[in-house]
Write a protein that binds this ligand. Structure first.
Ligand code: FAD
Length: 407
């Protein structure tokens, strides 16, 4: 049995960054990354953006070139899925029967795309957007597709819709709630994006009630709504979130449920086992200390650094400010902070000009900003979020007053 001083499960953003951070912090022990995907770690955000549109090749998505991992002596054990963890013996097992030992284990399994729980979900032509393989399958089918139905009006669904409408496909977005982006953003942002997509020709349906997916000879042919309408579709894209990939850890006894619980430096309830990235359920100071999972590159990278330092004896609690972005059409959205629990929303600038910000306050304090084509607000607003600044809504709304003067 091979044993590594640090064994990382998951060759995604968080897993890759953990290895990079350990070497940056001069960790000299052995490191290996076990990943179920066959690829070296790559960036996931372009999957629904520049990779789907063909503007970036896969090589440009790699987080580091192959030579980097060899030079840093990070062993890559790819195409291997971890199926159990034996926390007492400090070892784990993969689906192909290998057993690998560890001094410390960093679990960075991210999540698997949630499948739609309805009849027809197994038909071919039904896709999720989580991995390179998912997008390759979509790209291979696209030439034979005229009509696409996207289930879920979250960021990934909307980004895919923006790309596919540009390809000349007929695109419908089905959102179960009464506005898109309802889980992550305030109403002004939702209404703006709904209008943008409609202006580009996307049929955005709100309060949509899905009945089932229909097919012919194993291939999807349409989406049936509860009111009996059938939307013809040769491709269906399901963007309804992820299920955290933590089963082996929970089965080993780690505390958790929706993800695995970690403390302020990423430790799980199992000895010498850490968790980072999308699958880590942590108390976040920007959410009033609530236990949440964040699905963002920022969170994956910053948690990786926290754990790397913790392994080297530097106890620096995770308290990085959350940030996020989304590209749709010529719109660059940049978000800082978490709008969870906001009680006031201020719109700064004019959405009609396609450059504006939505500012979220909780009890008078600025807690988050969504900035659309408004990089200055994003940069300057960050200080307001970090400082928990109290500011007058009238001043925040006045685009002639730079946000930095309010900090
Ligand atoms: P992942 O990157 O998902 O990596 C986890 C890896 O672990 C995967 O390769 C998985 O196969 C592997 N794994 C899981 N279980 C096992 C197991 N048992 N054994 C071995 N390997 C396992 N974030 C942003 O900040 N901005 C964006 O614009 C943005 N856009 C996105 C667009 C798309 C289409 C997607 C899918 C995500 C996007 N995100 C975006 C989110 C961001 O990509 C994730 O937050 C980030 O990838 C999380 O990193 P992670 O390492 O935790 O998980």
């Amino acid at each position: 049995m091979k044993t590594f001083d640090v064994l990382i499960v998951g060759a995604g953003h968080a897993g890759a960054q953990a290895a990079i951070a350990l070497r940056q912090q001069k960790f000299t022990g052995t490191i290996a990354i076990v990943g179920e995907e066959p690829e070296l770690p790559y960036e996931r955000p372009p999957l629904s953006k520049e990779y789907l549109s063909g503007d970036k090749t896969f090589e440009r998505l790699l987080i580091r070139p192959a030579a980097f991992w060899a030079e840093r002596e990070v062993e890559m054990l790819l195409g291997q899925r971890v199926v159990y963890v034996d926390a007492e013996q400090h070892r784990l097992g993969t689906a192909d029967g290998s057993v690998i030992g560890y001094g410390a284990l960093i679990w960075a399994g991210g999540g698997h795309a949630r499948r739609i729980p309805c009849v027809g979900s197994e038909l071919s032509g039904v896709h999720t957007v989580r991995s390179r393989a998912d997008v390759e399958r979509m790209l291979a089918e696209l030439p034979g597709v005229d009509q696409v139905v996207v289930i879920g009006g979250g960021y990934i669904g909307l980004e895919a819709a923006a790309v596919l409408i540009k390809f000349g496909k007929q695109v419908t977005v089905l959102e179960a709630q009464d506005r898109v982006l309802a889980r992550v953003a305030g109403e002004p942002l939702s209404r703006f994006y709904e209008a943008e997509h409609r202006a580009h020709g996307v049929d955005v349906r709100l309060n949509a009630r899905l009945e089932c997916l229909e097919g012919e000879q194993g291939q999807v042919s349409g989406v049936r709504l509860a009111d009996g309408e059938v939307l013809a579709a040769q491709m269906v894209i399901v963007g309804i979130g992820i299920v955290p990939a933590v089963e082996p850890l929970l089965a080993a006894g780690a505390q958790g449920g929706n993800g695995v619980e970690v403390d302020e430096v990423g430790r799980t309830s199992l000895a010498d086992v850490y968790a980072i990235g999308d699958c880590a359920l942590h108390r976040n100071g920007f959410a009033e200390g609530a236990a949440i999972r964040l699905e963002s590159v920022q969170n994956a990278n910053d948690m990786a650094m926290t754990v790397a330092k913790s392994l080297l004896g530097q106890h620096e609690p995770y308290q990085a400010v959350p940030w996020f972005w989304s590209n749709q059409y010529d719109l660059r959205l940049q978000t800082v902070g978490l709008s969870i629990g906001h009680d006031q929303v201020v719109v700064r600038g004019d959405p009609a000009q396609r450059s504006f910000s939505v500012i979220y306050l909780r009890q008078g304090q600025v807690i988050a900003l969504d900035c659309v084509n408004a990089a200055k607000d994003y940069v300057q607003g960050r200080a307001l979020v970090v400082g928990g600044t109290r500011a007058e809504p009238v001043a925040l709304a006045d685009a002639s007053i730079p946000l930095k003067t309010l900090a």
